[in-house]
Design a protein around this ligand. Structure first.
Ligand SMILES: [Zn+2]
Length: 464
């Protein structure tokens, strides 16, 4: 059960105020319709009505999907595999019960569109694909919570704006090493030429794997057409880190995704005999790299970011030789662009200093970088209000991992994410878990946020 510090969700009440059984039938949860993000300050404007939102169904469907596409080692819905296709076929069956049109775009993204009075569209997204031996919530919670919200909106008739639920293709990049594949096709940041030669462990190329699922790599950028009329994007995701659990909070609103600097750093000294080379005569490349590995912890702490040396290769790499060459990777992340620049600058200075101290030289080679991607301030405020409504307290936090939402935001579409607490902060692993009561709250929060966003889109729409 829950810890003190946040409300434990009450059992859903029927229309007559009586507790309703969950998991069968259609429990009705009291639902407050609000008009726009200012509604919280205008309680008179609120109309109490009932909603067909059934978060218990989301929980049941998550378990159904786990049974269908997981095994003893965890989720196996790796994109462009049969198991992933099975997950999508199962999901399509769920969509068939809704008054939506369903299409797969050139990027392999699966869209369900509920036409509204206006063409301007609220997008809600997630990804059914997982890493091998993955968790039961990463990505599919987003899709299935979105499905439940879509059902609730559809049950109320034609919505004022169009609502579209997207299952992004290959968020994880687990098979070919290129994550956010479908969403980058949508955002326009995917250059097919840069991924055409990617191969999986069995030597199958990315274009071959895509073709087996009806996707032509060179046409993937045409998925950009899906940006038409997109007015806002919402994504719920498990946190995959320990922050909310440490705070004792079920939910948080995400202010954006970290900027990332990734570099390969090569220290060069002199390989020498481990027995015959006196300590004061060594030019030990590993010693210089090791000093940097420790130094980056202080750099991260000083700036409030994160820094990681994730890989270290030594040459000649034998037990009887001083290391002549040491190659390490450095990954630095921060929500603030200037702080990220400062962290990189300090790491460069430190690497130069340590190289000199150890009689080595050092060179840097960029691997990849991305700017911090802040989410939309008004949507962040709406997300916060939605969380407060269902859970009492909201917390703002950045996202360390990148998500499809980052690609959508890069396309200039107002975006926000909600995080729900991850137990032990563990993800990409079969022990990934979230309390069921928190999953319920997360579906409710996404639903409230969707209502606010719809009202916001309406208000922002040009007069017709
Ligand atoms: Zn994910």
């Amino acid at each position: 059960m829950g810890k003190p510090g946040f409300p434990i969700p009450q059992p859903p009440l029927g229309a007559a105020g009586t507790p309703h059984r969950q998991g069968d039938g259609e429990p009705r949860v009291p639902h407050i319709f609000t008009s726009g993000c200012q509604a919280a300050t205008e309680p008179k404007a609120q109309i109490m009505t009932t909603s067909t939102l059934n978060p218990a169904r989301t929980l049941a469907e998550l378990k159904e999907l786990r049974a269908l596409t997981g095994n003893a080692d965890g989720a196996q819905r790796v994109a462009w595999t049969d198991t992933w296709a099975r997950a999508r076929a199962w999901y399509r069956e769920k969509l068939a019960a809704l008054p939506v049109s369903v299409e797969t775009d050139e990027g392999g993204n699966l869209w369900a569109t509920l036409r509204g009075a206006s063409e301007r569209a609220l997008l809600i997204g997630g990804h059914l694909d997982s890493v091998p031996n993955g968790g039961w919530l990463d990505g599919c919670l987003n899709v299935l919570a979105g499905l439940e919200v879509l059902r609730r909106i559809a049950a109320e008739g034609t919505p004022p704006v169009t609502v579209r639920l997207v299952d992004w293709a290959d968020e994880e990049g687990a098979r070919f090493g290129r994550s956010l594949l479908g969403s980058s096709a949508f955002s326009g940041t995917l250059d097919p030429a840069t991924v055409a030669d990617l191969r999986d462990r069995d030597g199958i190329t990315l274009p071959e794997a895509l073709a087996a699922h009806g996707v032509a790599l060179e046409r993937m950028p045409d998925a950009r057409r899906q940006q038409a009329n997109a007015a806002a994007y919402l994504e719920l995701h498990i946190e995959q880190g320990p922050v909310l659990e440490d705070l004792g909070l079920p939910l948080g609103v995400v202010i954006g995704t970290f900027g990332v600097e990734r570099h390969r750093i090569t220290f060069t000294g002199q390989a020498a005999h481990a027995g015959s080379t006196p300590m004061d005569r060594r030019r030990d490349a590993f010693a210089a790299a090791a000093k940097l590995g420790l130094e980056i912890r202080g750099i991260a702490r000083r700036h409030g970011g994160v820094c990681t040396v994730g890989s270290c290769i030594t040459r000649p790499g034998i037990v009887t030789a001083v290391v002549g060459e040491c190659i390490v990777t450095l990954d630095q992340r921060h929500m603030d662009a200037e702080a990220l620049v400062a962290m990189l600058q300090e790491a460069r200075e430190a690497a130069g200093r340590f190289a000199a101290e150890e009689g080595c030289t050092v060179t840097w080679e960029p691997i990849w970088r991305i700017d911090p991607i802040p989410f939309h301030p008004e949507l962040i405020a709406m997300g916060e209000a939605a969380i407060r409504e269902v859970a009492g307290t909201a917390h703002r936090l950045p996202s360390g991992p990148l998500h499809d939402a980052a690609e959508v935001a890069r396309a200039g579409i107002p975006t926000v994410m909600l995080f729900v607490q991850s137990l032990r902060g563990i993800s990409h692993n079969k022990i990934e878990d979230t309390l069921e009561e928190h999953i319920i709250l997360s579906v409710q929060a996404l639903d409230r946020l969707a209502d606010r966003a719809i009202a916001w889109i309406q208000g922002a729409a040009p007069a017709q």
